[in-house]
Every structure is written in structure tokens, then in C-alpha cells.
Write a protein that binds this ligand. Structure first.
Ligand SMILES: O=C1C[C@@](O)(C(=O)O)C[C@@H](O)[C@@H]1O
Length: 234
């Protein structure tokens, strides 16, 4: 179970981190692209250290999401690679999300590897859902890049799109050698956030008081209750 931190300002970020630290979540994701000081890497690293301290033993996933994949952040110059390199070098993050279609992906992987920070490679399609084969191929490409986890989020337009995401997950889980995280977003895709582990998704994102970081995320306690019913083994 992963809960995202999406607050823009220090005081609310710290309050949210403290709330998450008291919850049953397994991992915390900092969506640093939502941070008001996202372009000041000194402040970013200092805040990552503060969050890391508050959440204790829970791993901190550092996620700079860009405009191409569902954020409003359009990183200037090399700042996508630089923010990843700075966070990984700081020793304050436990995993990093790297968008595998970003032009700087190889340099981002190099930076994470240089500091032994595991990589969740990701891709987000907010406009639709590719075929099950295309989704599985994307996950395979992430694994081939050397990602430690492959993650794909897609937007369904009809129930068959949700089925395609779940089918791709089940097929990829049999053939790809790294763990997967997949989700079909929005109200139609909720079943994928609740039952994804049945098909081979190793984690799901849920909210805790905040607005969440993507359409369709559900409150943590409700997701936990359903996963307990489905035999939560994550
Ligand atoms: O990649 C993901 C998955 C996600 O987009 C979701 O749909 O829950 C939420 C993002 O914060 C996270 O980085």
C-alpha cells in the first residue's frame, strides 16, 4: 500500500507525513512535482530528509511527475534528471520513480544506480488504454531497461479497457522478472486498485485525508478492508 504526499507547502507536507506515519501504509510517495519549491533542489533535499525522518522505517518513494504524464510540472533543461540525481545523492530517498519514456531516462537510471537507489520505472496514459499486448510490452521494456519495478497507469474509456489492464498484468506477471504495479485510473478502474494483486500487481495507491495523486484512488482504510477480504498478502 502506497500513500502519496501531494501537499505544496512545507507545513502541510509535514502534517500529512505525520498523519501517514500513524497509519497502516507500507510506503510513502512524495510527489515532489506538487511541491511549491520543486525547482529549488536544496529545499527539495531538505524536505525529503524531513519526510524521511517523520515516516521512520517506511520507505520513501521520490516521484517527480512531469507534464507529459499527468502533472503541471514542465522541468526546464536538465532539471528532471538533476532532481532525481540530487535526491538519490542525498541519501534521503529509498526509491525513485523514473518515467521510462522520458528522454533523460538513461541518465536518470545512471544517477540512481550510482547511489544504489532502486528504480520504479513508470508510464501513465491519461488519454486512454492501449491494448493488453502494448501494456505488457511497455512493462517488459521497463524491465529490460533494468528497472527494479515496472509501473503502468492507464485511463479506461469502457469496461473492456479495465479488463485489458488486468489481462496485461496477469500475462506480464508470468513473463517479466521484476515486480509490477498497474492500475486502471478513474471511477471505472477502481476494481484494479482493489483486486490488482490477484492479477499480479504488487502494490496499490490509496489516499489518507489528502486529495490523492491520481483519479480513482480510494481511502486507505477502505482499500485495506477490501484487500483483507481478498486475502491481502502484500
Ligand atoms: O504512478 C503512480 C500511480 C498513480 O498515477 C495512480 O494512478 O495511483 C499515482 C501516482 O502518484 C503514482 O506515481
Amino acid at each position: 500500500m502506497i500513500v502519496p504526499l501531494t501537499d505544496a507547502h512545507d507545513s502541510s507536507l509535514i502534517a500529512s507525513a505525520k498523519r501517514i506515519a500513524a497509519s497502516r501504509t507500507d510506503m510513502v510517495e512524495w510527489r515532489v512535482d506538487r511541491y511549491a519549491s520543486r525547482d529549488d533542489h536544496t529545499k527539495v533535499v531538505a524536505m525529503a530528509a524531513r519526510i524521511h525522518e517523520i515516516i521512520g522505517e517506511r520507505p520513501l518513494l521520490f516521484t517527480p511527475r512531469t507534464k507529459h504524464e499527468g502533472s503541471d510540472w514542465n522541468p526546464p533543461g536538465d532539471s528532471y534528471r538533476d532532481i532525481i540525481a540530487d535526491a538519490c545523492a542525498s541519501g534521503t530517498v529509498d526509491m525513485v520513480d523514473v518515467q521510462y519514456l522520458n528522454p533523460a531516462v538513461k541518465r536518470c537510471f545512471e544517477a540512481a544506480r550510482a547511489h544504489r537507489v532502486p528504480i520504479i520505472a513508470s508510464n501513465h496514459d491519461f488519454n486512454g488504454t492501449p491494448s493488453a499486448t502494448a501494456i505488457a510490452d511497455g512493462l517488459d521494456a521497463m524491465a529490460s531497461l533494468g528497472a527494479d519495478i515496472a509501473k503502468m497507469a492507464v485511463m479506461p474509456r469502457k469496461p473492456a479497457d479495465v479488463a485489458a489492464l488486468l489481462e496485461a498484468t496477469a500475462v506480464a506477471a508470468q513473463t517479466i522478472r521484476v515486480p509490477l504495479i498497474t492500475m486502471s485510473m478513474g471511477p471505472l478502474g477502481v476494481i484494479s486498485r482493489l483486486a490488482g494483486q490477484v492479477f499480479g500487481s504488487c502494490a496499490t495507491f490509496a489516499t489518507l485525508g489528502g486529495e490523492g495523486s491520481a483519479p480513482g484512488q480510494l481511502p486507505l482504510d477502505e482499500v485495506l478492508a477490501v484487500m483483507d477480504l481478498l486475502g491481502r498478502d502484500l
